[in-house]
Write a protein that binds this ligand. Sequence first.
Ligand SMILES: Cc1cc2nc3c(=O)[nH]c(=O)nc-3n(C[C@H](O)[C@H](O)[C@H](O)COP(=O)(O)OP(=O)(O)OC[C@H]3O[C@@H](n4cnc5c(N)ncnc54)[C@H](O)[C@@H]3O)c2cc1C
Length: 448
Amino acid sequence: MVGVVERLAAIVGPAHVLTDGDLTAAFETDWTGRWRGRCAAVVRPADRDQVRAVLHLCNSEGVAVVPQGGNTGLVGGAVPPDGAVVLVTTRIREIGSLDEVAGQLTAGAGATLGAVAAAVRGSGWEVGIDLAARDSATIGGLVATNAGGARAVRYGPMRSQVAGIEAVLADGSVVSRLAGLAKDNTGYDLAGLLTGSEGTLAVITAVRLQLVPAAGLRVAALVALPSTADAVALVSRARRALPGLLAAELFHESGMQLVLGHASLAHPFGAPGAGAYLLLETSDPADALAPLLDGFDDALLADDEAGRTRLWQHRERHTEAINAAGVPHKLDVSLPIGRIAAFEDRCLALVGDRARVVLYGHLGDGNLHVNLLGPAPDDETLDEAVLRLVIEMDGCISAEHGIGRAKAGLLPLDRSAGDLAAMRAIKRALDPAGILNPGVLFEDARQT
Ligand SMILES: Cc1cc2nc3c(=O)[nH]c(=O)nc-3n(C[C@H](O)[C@H](O)[C@H](O)COP(=O)(O)OP(=O)(O)OC[C@H]3O[C@@H](n4cnc5c(N)ncnc54)[C@H](O)[C@@H]3O)c2cc1C
């Protein structure tokens, strides 16, 4: 490995190869603190050609490579197995000029979502995706995980924002389609294949983003409801009544209390007690929202930025507040939206007093985050029991975070033998030596 480290330094410059444990530590642990590894080196290429050279070298030497962007992923997908090279993309962050006519731009994979959002602010276009990790999460990471976030109910997940991708395959060859053509049926959709591939098929180096028209008006409402079933019914009505619905987020008193304690905030409704909280945001005028809220005494509305931020923090700060309470087991599941309330009841009964459960999520998409606090980091018993319940109720075990290392052993619960064989064949074809992110998606990708 010593020789490889020297050759990596010759490619990217010695300042951009880290081997000292104090310097590599931040790249070896995930955001939740649950997943750790010990890499041989962290390498930070400046551009696509350096990525090519790094991959070519590692492929010929049989060294595993773990692509990493902002390291905000929640399934251990960017954490290295021992001895791997972590390839960090954050120096590849150039943001190209905006094509105002098409509403598109090309961003380097390491540009953060926040930086791209800032670059297009005021243009009449905006990025159709948003999430609380916006200032660290990178465009490459968002595409590699096919991230969702609060606005997916309106604009779809990251897949819907991708108009083209440039990426480097394991052997250093480049695939590139960045013209951003709305219609392009010339062969396989490689951008579609790489979206959601979690760093197992290629290192994404640039993304052509399709932006969405910026919402002029934004009105947010935080509603306290008797139960999740009431929240589901309200979301269903909101989807029909509000063509501009941008978000429909669910949380509960358990999460509310964690956020209030963590952020030293007063209860927005004065006292606890609601069965469920629903945060709606729409680009329709407040008048359109009002009839939906008739009959609910506890609803707070805001149409200015400060007021919306105040309401949103109760939802957006869940992830950090849960992390501050312990090392969570994070399950991110999809269910038919009509079964969410029943799932919550059955999940709470199943877990009982074996863990503290915090449930919240993107209700408009039927996407629930199940957070379990208490079990030891390596004790998967409850995770598996909850995920089996999800499948029994016609859901899937990853809605937006991906499979990563966290759920690799459980993938066969959710995908058929035929699906898995097809996925392994794709992996073998694009990465025959299995150097890219071994252990992610498939428990042992080197033996595909
Ligand atoms: C506070 C908070 C809120 C969040 N909210 C949401 C949310 O609402 N919705 C949601 O979907 N996620 C959410 N996440 C999870 C996370 O932000 C997303 O998964 C995001 O897409 C990860 O981007 P990243 O740059 O940090 O990727 P990383 O964590 O660095 O990597 C994630 C995966 O992508 C791969 N990867 C990264 N860059 C590349 C690349 N250039 N080429 C190939 N593979 C690559 C990695 O190998 C890894 O498998 C949240 C996380 C936090 C901490």
